[in-house]
Each structure stands twice: as C-alpha cells, then as structure tokens.
Design a protein around this ligand. Structure first.
Ligand code: SRM
Ligand code: SF4
Length: 564
C-alpha cells in the first residue's frame, strides 16, 4: 500500500530541532505575509495554520498578488472549561487581532481566523496572558482532550474533567520551542539536550485524539477518537473505564483504501491506569504507525492492518496493565442538552445553542457582546461543548434571572426557537478560510436546514430530533459519518450524502447519493421523511429506521463503507 520513503513532513519534523525550524526568523521577514512551507508544517504543533482568503484567491492571482495570507490560531482547552476571566481574554483577542469572531470547534476548543503575520506573535502571547495556550492544538501529537461538559454537572463529571486535564498534561510535547518562539523564553543551550520522552524526535506519524465520555450521553463522539475512555459508574462512583481505540473520520473521495472508522473497545481498566495505558497506546502508534503515507498513518489503519488482538497485546505489554472484560454501558444520543439545568450541588447551567460554533454579533443577535457582558458581570464558567455549543455554567440561583435578561437583551437565540434538526446540526468551517474545502459548509448548512425543516413540517416530524452534519470535504471535521444525515462536500454546491448512522454515534452511515446538488438532496430526502412519518416504530430514530426498512445497508466496519 505504501512505499518505503518517509513523507516530507517526517523529514521536516526530524530536521526541526524539536519543532523550532525557522519560525522565529520567518515571523520577522517583512517581504511576505507568509512563512516558509516547512514552517507551515511546524507551526501547526504550536496551534497555528497558515491560510489565505479563498473568496478572493483567484482575483489576487489575476492581479499577480500573493494570496491574502492570514493565520488561524487554535487554543488548547481540555474539556472546554473556561473561567469568566478567560472568556474575556478570548473575546478581547478576537476583537483586537482576529476577524471579530470566536469560532467554537468540534473538539471543545476555540479558533481565531484572520490574524495577520505581523500580529501573530503578540496574539499568541496575549492568549498566554489570558492563561490559555495553543500548544499541541494541531500537529502530529495528542490534540485537545475532550471531556463531557453536561449541564447537570455531577461529581462524576467533575472527576472526569480532572482525568482529562491530567491526560492532556501527560501527553504534551516537552520541547521548549513554543516558549522560545512565542513567549521569548530563554533559549535552551542545545535542542539536542532536550528529550521528548513519549514522542521521540519525530513525534507521531499523524494527529492523535483522545476523549473521555460519561454514558448515557455520547456528546464527545467517543468512537470517532483514536483513544476513548468510556466512564463506568457504579453506585455513583467512577470505578473505571472501557478503553476504545482506532476511531477516526478522515477519508479521501475516490480512494477506497481510506475510510472513517469507529473505535474498538479493548477492555476495562481502573482509573489508576489511565496514564500508563494512554502512553502505551501512543507509543505503539508512534512505533508502528505508517510514516510513509499520511493518508494511511492514523491509528485506525495501524489497528486494521495488524489486528485488534495484536494491538491489545502490545498495549498490555508496554503498560503492564491487563485489560479486564469490558463493562456494560449504553449511549442514548451524541448531541448536547440545552436550556437551564440544575446540578447535584444546586448550581444552574444554561446550554446555549451556537449555530456552527460561530460567536459573532450579527444584526440584533449580538452573541459576542452578550457573552462579554455576562462574563464581565458574573463569575461563572464557560463550558465549550463537542458539538460547537456553549454552556454558561456554575450560575447561582440569584444570578439566573440576570443572565436570562442579558440573553434576551442581546437577542441571543435560545434553544426554544431552533428546531430539533437545527439543534442537532453541525457544520465545519470550510470556506473562506479552510485550504482543503471543496464546498461550502458553515455558511450554507443553516439555509439548507430551513428547507429541510419545511419538508419535515409537512410530515408532522418537526419535533423529531435528527442529527445532520455537513463538511466541506471528506476530512470529516464535523464528524459527519456518524450523523443520521451527512453531507460531505465534493465540489461547489455538490455533496456526497451518507444516511443511516446511529443517533448516539454508534454506527456509521452508508453512502446514498454520490454528487448531489441541493435540489437532488431535497428530492431524495422528501420520500424518506414521508416513509419515516408513516412507518416508524415508537421512539425509533431516523437512521435506525432507514437501516431497518432496508433503504440503506448497515455499515458494520469502516473499511466496508465503500462496498456496494
Ligand atoms: Fe479538522 C484539517 C478544522 C475537528 C479531521 N481541520 C483541518 C484544517 C486545519 C484544514 C487544514 O489542514 O488546512 C481545518 C481548518 C479550517 C479552518 O479554516 O478553521 C480543520 N477540524 C477543524 C475544526 C475547526 C472544525 C469545526 O468546524 O469545528 C475542528 C477543530 C477541532 C479542534 O479544536 O481541535 C476540527 N477535524 C476535526 C475532527 C473532529 C474531531 O476531532 O472530533 C476531525 C475528524 C476526526 C479525525 O480526526 O479523524 C477532523 N481535520 C481533519 C482532517 C482529516 C484527518 C484524517 O485522518 O484524514 C484534516 C486534514 C488532515 O489532517 O490532513 C483536518
Ligand atoms: Fe476544511 Fe474539510 Fe475540515 Fe471542513 S472538513 S474544515 S472543509 S478540512
């Protein structure tokens, strides 16, 4: 499948002196708004992506100008937990340096878009002054660790958040490059003296993602993760975790040896073994992952190529932990919970729907300003969710009315006004910033939902929650392959449609339409909504119905998703 030559990125990493490259020098080169190609690879490990405005790319080329370069910066926020003070920092940076928006991501983090090279170093420094950072938010390392932010925070969720933070810390690169380049820390004498105890000098073959989840909600989409910890609670106590491995969404259109895959459960471990097992999984992937083909380099392919049994054995040997038989649990949904909820210690939490994660002031709906006012006035927490939403958390009884008033004063749409289809929707960023986008996503899904909702209404299905996700290409940043309706961009206005995934993210969807435009999508879904309305069983979900009715086949393994 792959040749023997290392990929270019491997060569860049090896020569980078632990992720330094020539980033510092490139930042002060006034002749271009860009940094060098090798540095664009290395800057990802520092949470920074070079991009250009795709809306004006061809016009710039016509005018013989270099592309309108700017940078996307992604913060690392384990479990998406922010204080009010941190939120104010996040907000100020968006206003000072980025495009006046904060983008909540599908991994409980935030992104800034449109930061120009001249401001890049100061922006990263300011993010750090706001007591956040961007280390390992991207790159071939462990990314932001997810943890369930359920509004009804229980002692269990608080405990799991601490596990997520310690895993994030444990898997952080140890190189001082970030501090030297962005924060003017003293340079280490020689990067040769630096050791990356877990990653080694060339880090991982590819990105790596980990998440904790607390059933019955599968809000983090644990099966889409390279590594998942499924919390097992007995008598209100966390007794341990079922460990799942080898999930991932990315694939390439037309290349059937690439595919989305759901994780396999290796077995059960107790909390004391989290770090040892995680490290063994990471180092196994470090040593056996494919470094000759980046499209075949994720853990999911290492596991499919060598087998789950081999992988479990290798992890047990490296960690000296023996997996017990997996414990029983059940998931019910992979979406978020909206509105006010009270937790076990009496605090209130407001789950706020943020369409496609974009925090911005538009017309009378001034989300950015409203959240700023809440953060200025109240000492609450802001919890980012894995579905691009936000929870205003830890609100006292006495503060609740004041917060509700601000939400109303700033015209912030609440969950009551959005239909269940919209509340269960996600779209990736795509145009104009994403360099890989083939079709619109964030800018288009809201209008498509208007049209689909009209169809659902006709069949009396408006109250039925259905998950729908859109991405601008097959990389799967909004985890589309585990949405009941998925639209995956193929070209301008054209989408590959997948149907029949599980409502709790437990089953992949099957390809249904190859290259459909809007009219074809609406035309194809209409009769399916009609049949769903007429033939569904009580409480049956749309995806389950499509499989039971034989409209799509059940996809039992990612590698079979392209089968006919
Ligand atoms: Fe992603 C690349 C945005 C979550 C799979 N992703 C990108 C880049 C950086 C494009 C690039 O490489 O130039 C996108 C930047 C767009 C922009 O303009 O901001 C991008 N990914 C996002 C975000 C912002 C989507 C969103 O709308 O929220 C998410 C940021 C998460 C975070 O905070 O870390 C995001 N990306 C995901 C997820 C979902 C997840 O992690 O749960 C996936 C699927 C899961 C997985 O990794 O398998 C995902 N992104 C990819 C891939 C395909 C990886 C693969 O194995 O094939 C790429 C392309 C690549 O790595 O080559 C990619
Ligand atoms: Fe970009 Fe594709 Fe990810 Fe969407 S799915 S953000 S288009 S890489």
């Amino acid at each position: 499948m792959s040749g023997n030559e290392l990929t270019e990125v491997e060569i860049i990493k090896a020569a980078s002196r632990h992720l330094r490259g020539s980033i510092a020098e490139g930042l002060v080169d006034p002749l271009t708004g860009a940094i060098s190609p090798p540095d664009t690879q290395l800057s990802k490990f520092h949470g920074i992506y070079q991009q250009d405005d795709r809306d004006i790319r061809s016009e710039r080329t016509r005018q013989k100008l270099e592309p309108a370069y700017s940078f996307m910066i992604r913060a690392r926020i384990p479990g998406g937990l922010l204080t009010s003070a941190q939120w104010l920092g996040v907000d100020r940076i968006a206003t000072d340096y980025a495009n006046q928006t904060v983008r909540l991501t599908t991994r409980q983090a935030i992104q800034y878009h449109g930061v120009i090279k001249r401001d890049l170093k100061q922006t990263v420094a300011d993010i750090n002054h706001a007591t956040l950072d961007t280390i390992a938010a991207c790159g071939d390392v462990n990314r932001n660790v997810m943890s369930p932010p359920l509004p009804a925070l229980s002692a269990v969720h608080r405990q799991v958040q601490r596990y997520a933070e310690s895993l994030s810390e444990h898997l952080m690169p140890k190189s001082r490059a970030y501090h030297e380049i962005w924060l003017d820390s003293k340079k280490v004498e020689s990067s040769k003296d630096e050791v990356e105890p877990i990653y080694g000098d060339t880090y991982l073959p590819r990105k790596f993602k980990a998440a904790f989840v607390v059933p019955p909600q599968n809000d983090v989409d644990v099966y889409a993760q390279d590594l998942g910890f499924i919390t097992i609670v007995e008598d209100s106590v966390v007794v341990g975790f079922n460990v799942s491995v080898g999930g991932g969404m990315g694939m390439t259109h037309g290349e059937t040896n690439t595919y989305p895959r759901l994780g396999d459960v290796l077995g059960f471990i107790t909390p004391k073994d989290i770090l040892a097992v995680a490290e063994a999984i990471v180092t196994t992937q470090r040593d056996y992952g494919d470094r000759t083909n980046r499209k075949h380099a994720r853990l999911k392919y290492t596991i499919d190529d060598r087998g789950v049994e081999w992988f479990r054995g290798e992890v047990e040997r490296r960690s000296a932990v023996k997996f017990e038989e997996a414990r029983k649990f059940a998931f019910v949904a992979n979406g978020d919970v909206y509105g006010w909820h009270r937790d076990d210690v009496g605090a209130w939490h407001y789950g706020l729907f943020v369409e496609n994660g974009r925090i911005v002031d538009v017309g009378e709906r001034r989300l950015l300003s409203g959240l700023r006012k809440i953060a200025e006035r109240y000492n609450t927490e802001f919890r980012l969710t894995p579905n691009q939403n936000l929870i205003i958390s830890k609100v006292d009884e006495a503060e609740k009315a004041g917060i509700a008033e601000i939400l109303s004063e700033f015209g912030i749409q609440n969950s009551q006004r959005a239909t269940p289809l919209r509340l269960n929707s996600m779209a990736c960023v795509a145009f104009p910033t994403c360099g890989l986008a083939m079709a619109e996503s964030e800018r288009y899904l809201p209008t498509l939902i208007d049209k689909l909702d009209a169809g659902l209404k006709q069949y009396g299905l408006t109250d039925k929650p259905i998950t729908i996700r859109m991405t601008g290409c097959a990389n799967g940043c909004a985890r589309p392959y585990i949405a009941e309706i998925a639209l995956v961009g193929k070209g301008p206005g054209r989408y590959k449609v997948f149907l029949g995934a599980g409502f709790a993210g437990e089953r992949l969807g099957a390809p249904y339409l190859e290259n459909a435009n809007e009219a074809e999508v609406l035309e194809a879904l209409d009769p399916l909504f009609a049949r769903f309305a007429a033939e569904r069983n009580d409480a049956e979900h749309f995806g389950d119905f499509l499989v039971r009715a034989g409209i799509v086949r059940e996809v039992t393994a990612g590698r079979h998703i392209h089968d006919n």
